[in-house]
Design a protein around this ligand. Structure first.
Ligand code: V47
Length: 376
């Protein structure tokens, strides 16, 4: 027996055996890769405490008690969006529609300027697919933010946005990325992945880039040396096998490129969109999804809980279900709050430190690339 096998708690060992997951537990403890069928069995297991204990074991093997957070600001410069995603509450189809907005560069930079010299290290930019602005809107935005705060890292533009710019402005994906990097872009966020499976994706967001397109943008970004994140929107119309398929496609690209830093499962919120009839995922399902992700994604270093969507308390509990990163101070998040999230608009650094400490973990402030800024 190896040491991993002897240090894993007897209670959890027995619980997994009782849930008929003894073979799978042994695979994880021996560091072996899990299969599609294993993923299905993990999702179908009702004992989330047992699955969570296994995910926690992997989390501690990788990171011990260290729990990362960063100080970031979200900027959504425009919500005008040609795509017609039925889960989205944020987008407005056309300029001039009620509640549609497009910030001027000065307004968007004003959000960064308002930070004064506060130690925010990252700006996270995600926008609608706006047909009414030129490509230079985005490069000007990046340059203006960098001019205001040269020290700040800009993580921006989902793969969906990048693919849209390539098509609309008749550029290659690489050309778009090169121009954005030249203007100040530092990395890509993980949004827009939703669910890769064609059946669900066609119903959810038929008119935006498909799975291969989304993965293709990240592949090129990784080849260029950029780091990126990845996500999965869950708890709507997707089937369990489509969740597992999604995780395996991310794992497949990561085997090729090693460019993903963190995976963020995004829990569906149902207000003000066309899926109001669906209740959204339960807390049980959210914890299980985070835990299964930790177990299946053996090549992605971090699993992040996005507290605006999970809720602050569930995000804290998730630190024992495979999660080792809490996003972030966030500030004025719009996408979830327009979809009915009841979480606060912002957590302070002190709030995050307290949340992590009171979960028995060690808070570590990080930059976008997971370099340690300081142990808090
Ligand atoms: O792609 C939209 C999701 C994403 C809803 O990379 C919804 O660090 C739930 O990707 N209910 C954008 N989810 C946010 C995102 C993100 C968030 C935090 C960190 C990072 C990162 C990325 O939000 C969209 C979509 O999947 N979304 N509408 C909704 N009603």
């Amino acid at each position: 027996m190896n040491t991993e096998m002897t240090t894993f708690s007897h209670v959890a060992r027995d619980a997994l055996a009782a849930a008929d997951l003894g073979d799978l537990r042994d695979k994880v403890l021996l560091g072996q890769r899990l299969s599609f069928e294993d993923g299905m069995r993990l999702f179908e297991c009702r004992d989330i405490a047992a699955v969570g204990a296994l995910a926690n074991h992997v989390r501690e093997r990788l990171h011990g008690d260290l729990t990362y957070f960063n100080r970031n600001l979200h900027v959504n410069a425009t919500n005008v969006c040609e795509a017609n995603c039925i889960f989205c509450s944020f987008a407005r189809l056309k300029t001039g529609d009620k509640d549609a907005y497009t910030m001027t560069i000065d307004q968007a930079v004003g959000r960064v300027r308002a930070l004064k010299d506060e130690l925010v290290t990252e700006v996270h930019i995600v926008n609608g697919l706006n047909p009414d602005v030129p490509f230079s809107y985005y490069t000007d935005l990046l340059r203006a933010i960098k001019e205001e705060r040269p020290d700040i890292h800009i993580k921006g533009f989902t793969a969906v946005e990048i693919a849209y710019y390539a098509e609309k402005y008749d550029m290659t994906v690489r050309g778009v990325l090169e121009a954005l990097v030249e203007a100040g872009l530092g990395s890509l966020p993980g949004g827009g992945a939703e669910i890769f499976a064609t059946r669900a994706r066609k119903k959810l967001c038929a008119d935006k880039v498909d799975a291969d397109g989304w993965l293709g943008v990240h592949r090129i970004a990784h080849q260029m040396g950029l780091r990126s994140n990845c996500t999965m929107l869950f708890g709507h119309i997707e089937k369990t096998e489509e969740r597992v398929d999604h995780l395996l496609r991310l794992r497949g690209l990561q085997d090729e490129t090693r460019g993903f830093q963190t995976f963020i499962p995004l829990a569906f919120h149902n207000e003000n969109n066309r899926l109001q009839r669906l209740p959204g995922p339960t807390g049980h399902d959210s914890l299980r999804t985070l835990a299964v992700a930790r177990l299946m994604l053996d090549n992605i270093p971090h699993i992040k809980a996005y507290w605006p969507m999970l809720g602050v308390k569930l995000a804290q509990i998730s630190l024992s279900f495979g999660v080792n990163d809490l996003d972030g101070t966030v500030r004025e998040e719009r996408i979830y709050h327009m979809a009915g999230a009841k979480t606060p608009q912002e957590l302070t650094r002190a709030d995050l430190v307290e949340l992590i400490r009171r979960a028995g973990r060690i808070p570590v402030e990080r930059d976008t690339h997971y370099n340690v800024i300081c142990e808090a």
